[in-house]
Design a protein around this ligand. Structure first.
Ligand SMILES: [Zn+2]
Length: 225
């Protein structure tokens, strides 16, 4: 966590109220969070010996590497839900704190948040992925590039769709502004949760089509198992 911010707003566990820890979640709860182990470095799906998986080998995704903090399970799922739908914007710093210890920065020069539709952003008051990217930016000393990717159609919630429906739903959902990414080679796309990876795939694909970016990583706090 950023030192000044930590001094201004001392960490306090959002679930137990415990103070004195390093982050806004009690250490015992952090230790219990389930982390992806033995996963494919590109897609983060289970893979023996953490080798490149068969799917990525035969059909490489547009993103070069997936880095995920934890699996989407109790109590993180609840926290993310509140972050997204119940105005808990302050959880961004907690999620960034949790992620940063597990992240390898590699050559990443800048962060790009997966955008939410302007309408949903207006209702919610913020884009949760952007808040997360900004919190990570402070810790990693890498800028967040805004407006690099925008959402142009109001795609319905992805939650209850099959993988194929998600993919169709995402076609034409994003637009890339190449000038925002000019002169850069390596970026990380940031979202709160990765489910099938379809959103990351779509955005990374579009970025590669429209810009000279060499690698796009996919970063999230959590991934569904
Ligand atoms: Zn893979």
């Amino acid at each position: 966590m950023h030192n000044l911010e930590k001094w201004l707003i001392p960490p306090r566990c959002v679930l137990t109220g415990e103070v004195g820890g390093e982050t806004d979640l009690a250490e015992t709860l952090i230790q219990a969070l389930k982390q992806p182990m033995q996963v494919c470095p590109v897609c983060c799906e289970p893979s023996l010996q953490s080798d490149l998986c068969g799917a990525c080998l035969t059909n490489p995704p547009a993103f070069s590497r997936t880095q995920v903090g934890f699996y989407f399970a109790e109590p993180l799922d609840r926290l993310i839900y509140d972050f997204k739908y119940h105005g808990k914007a302050s959880y961004a710093r907690l999620f960034a704190d949790l992620m940063v210890d597990r992240l390898e920065l590699d050559q990443v020069e800048a962060l790009v948040a997966i955008p939410t539709h302007p309408l949903r952003r207006r209702i919610r008051g913020y884009n949760q992925a952007e808040l997360l990217a900004e919190a990570l930016s402070k810790l990693l000393q890498r800028p967040v590039i805004k407006q690099a990717v925008i959402r142009i159609t109001n795609t319905p919630s992805q939650t209850h769709l099959t993988a194929r429906q998600r993919k169709n739903n995402l076609k034409n959902a994003f637009q890339v502004n190449p000038e925002r990414l000019e002169g850069m080679s390596h970026i990380a796309l940031v979202d709160d949760v990765i489910t099938t990876g379809a959103t990351m795939q779509q955005v990374a694909k579009l970025i590669h089509q429209k810009t000279a970016i060499k690698t796009c990583q996919a970063w999230s706090v959590a991934k569904t198992e």
